[in-house]
Structure formats: structure tokens, C-alpha cells
Design a protein around this ligand. Structure first.
Ligand SMILES: *[C@@H]1O[C@H](CO)[C@@H](O)[C@H](O)[C@H]1NC(C)=O
Ligand SMILES: *[C@@H]1O[C@H](CO)[C@@H](O)[C@H](O)[C@H]1NC(C)=O
Ligand SMILES: *[C@@H]1O[C@H](CO)[C@@H](O)[C@H](O)[C@H]1NC(C)=O
Ligand SMILES: *[C@@H]1O[C@H](CO)[C@@H](O)[C@H](O)[C@H]1NC(C)=O
Ligand SMILES: *[C@@H]1O[C@H](CO)[C@@H](O)[C@H](O)[C@H]1NC(C)=O
Length: 438
């Protein structure tokens, strides 16, 4: 998700919003509170129906070889569950521990959880974390480096000495509360004896809005000073992590892995890497996309020569944004090429405009796309990562345009890859994988 507490032109995000929102008009209608960037396909949590069975069958027949397992054994691991176009990571918070499923978001920095007592909470399905019931909860004093690390935090006047924060996202969603220190436990599987417990600075949110009942908080995995990734560098040996996200519309009971610290490097045959570039916002994982191939046809990001604006980046990776968002001019060339290559007649569904959609129960006609990142990192995007089924009998190209010159490499495109973020080496690595088997 895009945070609003950023020195990046606000208009960028408003235009992203308009475009992204159009992907899910029904979701907007059900949120009832203006714009949302979060593409929540609420109906996809229904019991396994014929539609999903077919999607799963397509996915399963897709991979032939043995899945690659690329991780070292010393990495700290957690589980990630698909949740209507977003991903939830399970962690345990406090003593005694309470399970918190928080949205995995590489596009923001703060880890927060909805906390009792509520000034104003959204409904959540599982019991909320209550700091009063935990023996390891401590408020962070407002005169501290931890409080200073988050731009959105300051000294509370109503509760002297405490550090309050208000963290907003590129929609009406926000979390508001106090920064605190607490024990957080990662366990790769329930009942595992290999759980890892560390101290974490997090936002105990007593006033939160704009999230759905399955989302008990949000795990900000951005590059900024307050991010969990920066915090864990000391305890997990290095500031690096990797995730393998299952494709859209996977059975929500199928989880995959997220891995932190030393040993989380993505390695093995076929790994490609691209530099992480500093951009106008310290939170974002900026990279440079040279172009995209559709089948054998190469389309450069810039139609003639280098970036006219001379930037060293033109995209950032965001696990909290479902589609991939591209500057309009490049998007138009790309979508025209995809339309040329798919031997089907697109459908015009007013609900789904302006996306390229086809009326199919099972989609097998999509071309393989290759995202060419700087440094020779060619990332193959199979159909499962480029076409999603927003409703029964329909498949849509999961790329959308914006009117800015910076795009977002969204979570669908990242799915079925190990994506490794290494803040020590400043690089991102990709390795194709069947994430349903990780
Ligand atoms: C997912 O797991 C829950 C609880 O174990 C079960 O009730 C449900 O039927 C499962 N859903 C699917 C789609 O398998
Ligand atoms: C919750 O936060 C919002 C946004 O900052 C604010 O407008 C509202 O008054 C707060 N509500 C309560 C009950 O504190
Ligand atoms: C939360 O759930 C309760 C009980 O199910 C319901 O009465 C209430 O309207 C819900 N609130 C919101 C904001 O959805
Ligand atoms: C902190 O709380 C005070 C009131 O107690 C409020 O004026 C201020 O805006 C809050 N700061 C943040 C960052 O929420
Ligand atoms: C714990 O990790 C070791 C390797 O580090 C492994 O051999 C063992 O099976 C793991 N135990 C569990 C319960 O996952």
C-alpha cells in the first residue's frame, strides 16, 4: 500500500488511486468510504466452488519439475496466506502470544496491529491483541530514537510521555495509536519447535479504519528507518528477506513462505538480480525496468532512447498493490501487443473497464511476458501472474495505466517467484518457483 506520509507528489497517488480503483468497482461500492487502493475481491473467500477448482487445476498442471527450494536453514521463517488479492503473514504478539494476521506490505514501513481497547476499530474476525493482557508490552517514550524514526509519530499531549502516531495509506485507510515495544514470535509451521522470538517496535492501533475483518494489522516491510526490515537487521544477522507469494485466487488455506535475515537470500540456478536504487521516498524499493517482452516482441520502457527525465529508476516493487501499474504511454504499447497476441476477442464489461478482459472459464491463451530489469534481470511472467479472474467466466490482464512516469510492480506479477530484498547489497533477486509448494 502506498503510505501518504511521504514526500512524494500527492497527485501521483491520487492518479494511481483512480486507476487502481477502477479494477474493482464492486469493492469500492462495498467500502462505502471513497477511494481505496486495495483490490479486495471479497467473493473469493467463498468455499471452493467450480470456478476456483478450475483455476487451481490450471495452476497445478502448470508446473512440471520438482519445486525449487532455495533457502538456507538458518533463516527465520513465517507463513503467508492469500487474502483476496492481498497477503497475510502470521506472527504471534505478546506474552502469552496472540496470533496476528497482518497484511504484508513492502510499500510502507510501520508494523501495527489493531489493539484493545478500541477508540474506533474495524470489525475483525479473530480476537484482537490486548496490551493489558501481555506481560511484555512497553510504551515507547516519546523522547526516543524509536519515536523519532517514524515521521508520522510525535509526543502525545493527552497521554504525556507516550509516542503517538497516525499512519495513513493511499486511500482513506489509516491506523492511529501508540508506538510500543513487544515480543514477536515467528514460527514456520504451527507447533514447530523452531520458533524465533525477538523484540519489535510496533504501532498499537486503537483507532484504525479501512481494513477488512481478516486483516488484524499490517506488516510494513519497506526500506525506511522504522521498518521491521531495518529493525530486524540487528537480530537476524542482516537486513534482508524474501517471499514467495501464491498466485491470485489460490485456495486461502494454501500458505507459502516468507523468510528473514541471514539465509533468506534467494540462490540457485536461474536467479537473476537487479540493483535497488535510491529514489524520492526512502520507503520504496525502486528499480529500473528496461522493457517488457510479449512473447518474442521487445517493448522498451521509453520509446526512444533513455529516460528523458534522467531518473535511475522507473518502478518500485509493492506487495500491497495487486496489479502492475505502468505509465500510460508504455501501458498502451504493451496492452496493444498483448491484444495482438491473444487469439480471442476481448469483452467489454463496463464494470471492468479499462482493463483488457476475455470471456473464458479457463484462460490458456496468454503470452509469456518477460520483465527486463536493469543488469540483465529477465523475469518471466507466466499467465498465472499476468491474467487474473475477477469473476466467474472472465479473465483480465492485471496491468493498468497511470499518468505518472513511475510505475508499480505489483503482487500478482511477483507471485510464483521467490523475490529477495537485500538491503545490505542493495539488490532485488528473482527466482521462478511454484509458491503453492513452498
Ligand atoms: C480451509 O480450511 C478450513 C478450516 O480447516 C475448512 O473449513 C475449509 O473448508 C477449507 N477451505 C477449502 C477451500 O479447502
Ligand atoms: C480516529 O482517528 C480519526 C483520524 O485521525 C479521527 O478523525 C477520529 O476523531 C478518531 N476517532 C476517535 C474515536 O478517536
Ligand atoms: C461489526 O459487527 C457487528 C456484529 O456482527 C455489527 O453489528 C456491526 O454493525 C459491525 N460494524 C461494522 C462497522 O461493520
Ligand atoms: C498526538 O496526539 C496529540 C493529541 O494528544 C495530537 O494533537 C497529535 O496530532 C497526535 N500526533 C499524531 C502523530 O497522531
Ligand atoms: C528445526 O530445524 C532443524 C534444522 O535447523 C530441522 O532439522 C528440524 O526438523 C526443525 N524442527 C521442526 C519441528 O521444524
Amino acid at each position: 500500500m502506498e503510505s501518504l506520509s511521504i514526500p512524494y507528489p500527492r497527485s501521483t497517488f491520487l492518479s494511481l488511486l483512480l486507476v487502481v480503483s477502477s479494477l474493482c468497482l464492486r469493492c469500492l461500492a462495498s467500502s462505502g468510504s471513497g477511494f481505496t487502493t486495495r483490490l479486495i475481491h471479497r467473493h473469493s473467500l467463498e468455499p471452493l466452488n467450480d470456478h476456483r477448482a478450475r483455476v487451481l487445476a490450471t495452476m497445478r498442471s502448470h508446473f512440471h519439475g520438482t519445486p525449487l527450494s532455495s533457502l538456507g536453514i538458518d533463516a527465520v521463517q513465517g507463513r503467508v496466506f492469500p487474502d483476496n488479492g492481498q497477503y497475510l503473514m502470521k506472527v504471534s504478539l505478546g506474552t502469552p502470544p496472540v496470533d496476528v494476521y497482518s497484511l504484508v506490505d513492502t510499500g510502507s514501513d510501520l508494523f501495527w496491529a489493531q489493539c484493545l481497547p478500541c477508540d474506533h476499530c474495524y470489525n475483525q474476525t479473530k480476537p484482537a491483541y490486548d496490551p493489558r493482557a501481555s506481560s511484555t508490552y512497553f510504551d515507547i517514550p516519546c523522547q526516543s530514537s524509536e519515536c523519532n524514526a517514524l515521521d508520522a509519530a510525535s509526543c502525545a499531549t493527552s497521554s504525556p510521555g507516550k509516542c503517538n502516531y497516525t499512519y495513513g495509506y493511499a486511500s482513506t485507510a489509516y491506523s492511529r495509536g501508540f508506538l510500543a515495544k513487544e515480543k514477536i514470535t515467528f514460527s514456520p509451521d504451527s507447533g514447530s519447535s523452531n520458533a524465533t522470538t525477538i523484540d519489535v517496535i510496533f504501532g498499537c492501533g486503537h483507532n484504525n479504519s479501512g481494513f477488512s475483518a481478516t486483516e488484524m494489522g499490517l506488516m510494513g516491510l519497506g526500506r525506511g528507518r522504522a521498518s521491521f526490515v531495518t529493525q530486524m537487521g540487528n537480530t537476524f544477522g542482516a537486513r534482508k528477506f524474501s517471499h514467495c507469494l501464491v498466485p491470485f485466487h489460490t485456495d486461502p488455506n494454501i500458505s507459502s513462505k516468507i523468510s528473514f535475515g541471514s539465509g533468506s537470500e534467494v540462490t540457485g540456478a536461474g536467479v537473476v538480480s537487479t540493483p535497488l536504487v535510491d529514489g524520492p521516498d526512502p520507503t520504496y524499493y525502486f528499480v529500473k525496468l528496461e522493457g517488457i517482452s510479449v512473447g518474442g516482441a521487445y517493448l522498451p520502457f521509453y520509446p526512444s532512447g533513455p529516460d528523458p527525465a534522467g531518473k535511475s529508476f522507473n518502478m518500485f516493487l509493492d506487495s500491497g498493490t495487486p496489479p502492475t501499474i505502468l505509465p500510460g504511454e508504455f501501458y498502451n504499447r504493451l496492452v496493444n501487443k498483448v491484444r495482438d497476441m491473444v487469439r480471442l476477442e476481448p469483452i467489454d464489461d463496463p464494470e471492468l473497464r479499462p482493463q483488457l478482459c476475455y470471456g473464458k472459464e479457463v484462460m490458456s491463451e496468454g503470452p509469456v511476458l518477460t520483465a527486463h530489469f536493469a543488469g540483465g534481470a529477465n523475469v518471466f511472467l507466466e499467465q498465472l501472474s499476468t491474467f487474473i479472474s475477477p469473476k466467474e467466466g472472465t479473465y483480465c490482464f492485471a496491468f493498468v495505466p497511470n499518468d505518472n512516469d513511475v510505475g508499480i510492480f505489483g503482487n500478482f506479477a511477483q507471485s510464483n517467484h521467490w523475490v529477495g530484498f537485500d538491503l545490505e547489497k542493495d539488490q532485488v533477486s528473482f527466482l521462478q518457483a511454484d509458491c503453492t509448494k513452498q
